[in-house]
Design a protein around this ligand. Structure first.
Ligand SMILES: Nc1ncnc2c1ncn2[C@@H]1O[C@H](COP(=O)(O)OP(=O)(O)OP(=O)(O)O)[C@@H](O)[C@H]1O
Ligand SMILES: [Mg+2]
Length: 320
């Protein structure tokens, strides 16, 4: 990991228009930086906006408000040329390796498509690259002529990874890339992603539900709640020194492999449901479920503040 900021969200918001003039605030005022070569883990309950943030950071969605800054430069996604150039730098690996590969295309053409679109190499060289990429992700060169349905979930995810790598991107959003896979295959795909990162200096935003995997793979972790980042720190610091009440509850739900420690652990249960992103509560988004919430929390939304070096928290109750 370097200190160079590759991707930056600057007061980034993504809202979805619903019928009846309603607006769903999927991502709300997110500020974060992803450093070149690091893995930033992104965790939070289902529906909190992880995928939407990931997609906004790699240009699938245009921010409703705020800026997406890449390599120190704001990306204007309304500019076709800029959008095209950015599309070559940022890629995504999807959760569902069944739905994300076109069943009518051969594996070779799926992998080569991005290179074609971006005018990379001639046809012969592209075929060579396809063969190389299949090697890199642990598949056979002969697989290029087959169709996605002939492969297992783990193999399909490898095809998805080869497709993402084909255009030689710098930044990859991994949106729950192993959630749909058997446990026995998960570790192989994680190790592959890790090796590729080392070899190619890739930068990852790694979205996941499984907090043990996130801890294992991430340099730093951002915790999201109802569209906002509530805590951000290095993995070790976040686990050793959890500060936000929501992160505390989330992390306390992670099973510890040692049964003795697990039995002694204090598990926090959060009462109540996540409020709707359509009618968000005033003040801190977590205040309706937070056991410590006071009047200030219900009145004003806390900003993400650096409480200790590199450890950011959005909570009025955490002393700086
Ligand atoms: N295209 C869309 N149109 C309208 N609402 C959307 C759209 N995509 C997502 N949402 C809503 O935005 C919010 C955030 O969704 P998102 O998929 O980003 O959550 P997530 O954290 O990735 O959840 P999960 O862990 O289940 O994948 C949810 O309330 C979701 O219903
Ligand atoms: Mg998601």
């Amino acid at each position: 990991m370097t200190n160079e900021v590759l991707v930056q969200a600057d007061h980034l918001c993504k809202y979805f228009k619903l019928g009846g003039g309603r607006m769903l605030h999927a991502v709300e005022d997110v500020n974060l930086e992803i450093h070149r070569g690091e893995t930033l883990g992104l965790v939070g309950e289902s529906g909190c906006g992880k995928s939407t943030l990931g997609r906004t950071l790699m240009g699938i969605y245009k921010p409703t408000k705020g800026k997406l800054v890449y390599g120190g430069k704001e990306i204007d996604l309304t500019n076709k040329k800029e959008r095209f150039a950015f599309a070559k730098k940022a890629q995504i690996i999807f959760q569902d390796p069944y739905a994300s590969l076109d069943p009518r295309m051969t594996v070779g053409s799926i992998i080569a498509e991005g290179m074609e679109i971006h005018g990379m190499y001639d046809e012969k060289k592209r075929q060579e690259r396809v063969a190389e990429l299949l090697d890199i992700v642990g598949l056979n060169r002969e697989h290029a002529n087959r169709f996605p349905h002939e492969f297992s979930g783990g193999q399909r995810q490898r095809i998805g990874i080869a497709r993402a790598l084909a255009i030689e991107p710098e930044f990859i959003v991994c949106d729950e890339p192993i959630s749909a896979l058997d446990v026995s295959i998960q570790a192989q795909v994680i190790n592959l992603l890790h090796e590729l990162q080392e070899k190619m200096g890739l930068t990852y935003l790694f979205i996941a539900h499984d907090l043990n995997i996130v801890k294992y793979i991430s340099d730093r972790i951002a915790v999201m709640y109802l569209g906002s980042v509530v805590e951000l720190a290095t993995s070790d610091e976040l686990y050793a020194n959890t500060l936000h009440p929501y992160s505390k509850a989330l992390l306390s739900a992670v099973p510890i492999p040692d049964p003795h420690k697990e039995a002694q652990k204090h598990r926090q249960i959060i009462d109540g449901d996540v409020p709707s992103p359509i009618n968000k509560p005033k003040g801190c988004a977590f205040s309706s479920r937070c056991p410590q919430a006071c009047d200030k929390c219900r009145q004003s939304a806390p900003e993400l503040r650096e409480i200790r070096p590199g450890h950011f928290v959005a909570c009025h109750l955490v002393e700086g």
